[in-house]
Design a protein around this ligand. Structure first.
Ligand code: PLP
Length: 356
């Protein structure tokens, strides 16, 4: 059945190992982020096979899918007050920025007779989650330390996700300083300081992370071998872990330019087209933006050009391919980050594993 995504487990195991080993050389422990593949336990197991012992996801539902895996499970988005019961049930750790929520976690953890570890987030400029005011962060730390059922595990930050503020040695020095300030406020050392995501790897490789920052939460780099500051591929990794096949449902010669009056797309933008001539071989595939993201996808056949996609149709120009495509043939696409995420969220995409 198509569309179908094939997951190369050996490739993920290798990528994760290369990156986790690289991090270990720079005193960094890795939390393997699983949200890209919706917490599929078969894929998450590849992280564990690579020696990673902590798994992180932004959805409690995904953590629940991984309940049988032996790992420390983190919720890496601030928890909803309404999901605290399931949070305590399925997560060992969560990233937090509201004391009200931490109080609710404390109560629930006591009721369930469990211990939940709290990482307090500092917003160092990306304007997403976390405390901006140090005083508030310190107050939250002191109160968390006093609450039953929860344990203050450490602090963390997230950058390059909303405002694309880059991690640099100043931001890391700030985090190191906060570690000291929090430790002094509670009178004991913290266990962990989580310094960011795949965008921090480049800085790490240039030895720009102080020893007080000792954890990264990684998704994109573990799966695709790609760091996110300069978008370079890391040594010994392979970006082709997720290959999606879709079926050609129409193949015809068509002009490269549309004809008629052109309006705006669903986002209010006027589309633009490149003139490649009158006689192009165009393929329409049964795949759409519901199932993948055209902008983070690369056809394996270098002669294929992705022209664009609507919700349910993918338009390709196959004129320059060496292959003679026919209706009913499939086309293989290498998926990047957002494309993989969509494929795993779409119920229409079949999932298969390759284990060699
Ligand atoms: C998604 C996410 C990550 C992982 O990001 P990558 O760029 O895939 O490494 C880390 N931390 C948080 C809080 C996230 O939401």
């Amino acid at each position: 059945m198509y569309p179908c995504v094939t997951v190369n487990l050996a490739c993920i195991r290798n990528n994760a190992k290369q990156v986790a080993d690289l991090c270990a050389k720079h005193h960094i422990r890795v939390t393997g982020v699983t949200k890209v593949f919706a917490g599929d336990p078969v894929i998450a197991q590849c992280y564990l096979d690579a020696g990673i012992t902590m798994l992180g996801d932004s959805r409690v539902d995904n953590l629940a899918r991984m309940k049988d895996l032996q790992a420390e499970k983190w919720l890496i988005r601030p928890p909803m007050l309404s999901e605290v019961r399931r949070l305590v049930q399925y997560a060992d750790v969560s990233l937090n920025s509201e004391i009200e929520v931490i109080r609710a976690i404390s109560k629930e953890a006591c009721a369930q007779k469990r211990l939940h570890k709290v990482i307090l987030m500092a917003d160092l400029g990306d304007i997403r989650e976390g405390y901006v005011k140090e005083e508030e962060l310190l107050q939250a730390a002191v109160e968390t330390e006093r609450l039953q059922g929860v344990q203050l595990y450490g602090i963390g930050t997230n950058l390059t996700c909303f405002s694309f503020v880059q991690p640099d040695s100043e931001k890391m020095a700030e985090l190191a300083r906060l570690r000291k300030a929090v430790s002094e406020a509670i009178g004991r050392p913290l266990e962990i300081v989580s310094g960011g995501n795949s965008a921090t790897i480049d800085l790490m490789m240039r030895s720009g992370i102080p020893s007080q920052v000792d954890n990264l939460r990684l998704g994109e780099s573990l799966l695709f071998g790609k760091e996110r500051a300069r978008y370079t591929y890391l040594p010994g990794t392979d970006p082709g872990a997720f290959i999606l096949e879709c079926e050609i449902v129409e193949l015809k010669e068509k002009p490269s330019l549309p004809w008629g009056q052109i309006g705006v797309d669903s986002y209010g933008n006027r589309p633009s087209f490149t003139d490649r001539g009158q006689h192009r071989t165009k393929a329409v595939c049964a795949l759409g933006k519901q199932d993948f993201d055209p902008e983070t996808t690369t056809p394996l056949d270098p002669g294929i050009l992705i022209l664009g996609a609507s919700s349910d149709h993918l338009m390709l120009d196959v004129t320059d391919s060496e292959h003679q495509y026919q209706v009913g043939d499939t086309v293989a696409l290498r998926l990047g980050y957002f494309s993989t995420m969509r494929a795993f969220t779409s119920a229409y995409v079949e999932k298969k594993y390759l284990n060699e």
